[in-house]
Design a protein around this ligand. Structure first.
Ligand code: AMO
Length: 415
């Protein structure tokens, strides 16, 4: 484009005044360009007043330049300041001066001007695109279930109540009941990527009160193994897609992404507690889960594996019992943390009612859901995968909040 007239627009990354010459670095999402202003240029006097991070539009002629960073510079005819940035800035986007995480979250719009932070969100986008491509390629359709609901699906204590025209309603914890009801419609393979809400009272590095979940439900399965196969292949595809399409971002973050091999190891809950030296029936807590992650990594050389057949007591009412106090359930683990859970569902009306009662719940509160099991409900199963957790663990980040644009937690509801 040597000699061509162009207009570029973006943020002023820095201004260097060297006596009779000024270098203006202008950044947009594609990269950084150099604008060179010599003393004889009519813009010379105004350019020194431009503050860093102001938004400018520069019209000028492209000139080949050996010295400029990317091999060319722009000789400006006109420089317009579209928005002047205040001084000082809320944080140093070069990352040279490290800011508190709270400061970064308060000025997230500016935090994302740091290429390392932007890289995380570009990768996150690639993850959801890969999920959609994969699900659609397998004949799944995306559905949209309600986010204001009359009953919780995943335990009462974690519900956010909503005043719904004078009646009590809740923010949805998961689309569980709705995705299952769709199995009675004829749409036999559905997915949804959407926000869900849980009033998590504990302040941890892996929980937020609003998170994005990928939900999948599929009918006419023969066992939960069908669901696990779909999930593991999907995870592999996500890694492949990110590796292929976000090479630059991965290199900014210094990450060498390894595409996992199929099939992922499967260990039963019973084997897991044995490895951990726990009693059968005991819950695998956060610390034990991490320990198990290390054991499996050493034994099988992967951080991605399934734990299957949990005690039915530990799993929700909608999971099918497998006999001997067990259930057709699974968790998918990555780096010592659960990123997804699912299983085969109880599709037989009478058995489902029994399970609801067994969990101390009232079938009449689930009448709208149970109704769908009375008139032809195929065997089915599915899972829920935490998209935020997947991205966090994939990139080895210490806190889930790093991958959430505006995290919602015990302390934070703004911005
Ligand atoms: P579960 O409650 O295990 O299962 O949730 C599924 C996945 O969602 C993610 N997740 C969270 N991520 C961030 N912050 C939170 N507070 C949070 N809570 C959950 C996790 C978890 O593995 N209905 C079932 C799924 C199913 O059986 O289809 C369910 O919701 O990654």
């Amino acid at each position: 484009m040597d000699g061509e007239k162009v207009t570029i627009a973006g943020w002023v990354q820095n201004i260097r005044v060297l006596g009779s010459i000024v270098f203006l670095k202008v950044r947009d999402k594609e990269g950084v360009s150099q604008v060179t202003i010599t003393k004889d240029n009519p813009n010379f006097s105004m350019v020194k007043d431009i503050t860093p991070e102001s938004v400018v539009a520069v019209t000028g002629v492209v000139r080949k330049s050996e010295k400029a960073q990317n091999g060319w510079e722009l000789i400006p005819e006109e420089i317009k300041v579209l928005s002047k940035a205040e001084v000082p800035l809320p944080l140093d986007i070069s990352g040279k001066i490290e800011s508190e995480f709270e400061t970064r979250l308060n000025a997230r719009f500016m935090d994302l001007r740091n290429p390392r932070v932007a890289a995380v969100f570009a990768i996150r986008d690639c993850v959801t695109t890969a999920i959609r491509n994969y699900a659609e390629s397998k004949g799944f359709i995306e559905v949209h279930t309600p986010k204001i609901v009359g009953a919780g699906a995943e335990g009462g204590a974690l519900l956010f109540p909503v005043d719904y025209f004078g009646k009590k309603a809740f923010l949805s914890q998961s689309p569980q009941l709705y995705k299952q009801m769709i199995m009675a419609t004829g749409f036999d393979k559905v997915y949804e990527i959407a926000p869900y809400f849980r009033a998590e009272k504990s302040d941890t590095s892996r929980h937020v009160a609003e998170f994005i979940m990928l939900d999948v439900e599929m009918a006419f399965i023969e066992s939960q193994e069908d669901v696990m196969k779909f999930l593991e292949e999907g995870i592999k595809r996500v890694f492949e897609h990110v590796k292929k399409h976000r090479e630059e971002e991965l290199s900014i973050l210094g990450i060498e992404l390894e595409v996992p091999k199929l099939p992922f190891p499967r260990i039963t809950y019973s084997e897991a507690v044995e490895k951990l030296g726990l009693k059968q029936g005991q819950e695998i807590g956060t610390e034990e889960e991490k320990k198990l992650g290390k054991i499996i990594e050493e034994e099988k050389g992967t951080g991605l594996y399934f734990i299957t057949l949990f005690p039915e007591e530990e799993k929700p009412f909608y999971i099918m019992e497998a006999g001997d106090g067990l259930s057709y359930s699974f968790d998918l683990e990555l780096g010592g943390e659960e990123i997804a859970s699912g299983g085969q569902r109880e599709h037989r009306y009478d058995e489902l009612v029994k399970r609801i009662k067994k969990k101390g719940l009232k079938p009449e509160n689930f009448a709208f859901y149970l109704n769908a099991f009375k008139y032809g409900m195929p065997p089915h199963g599915g899972f829920g995968l935490g998209v935020d957790r997947l991205v966090q663990k994939m990139l080895g980040l210490p806190n889930i909040r790093e991958v959430v644009l505006h995290p919602r937690d015990l302390k934070r509801v703004l911005p």
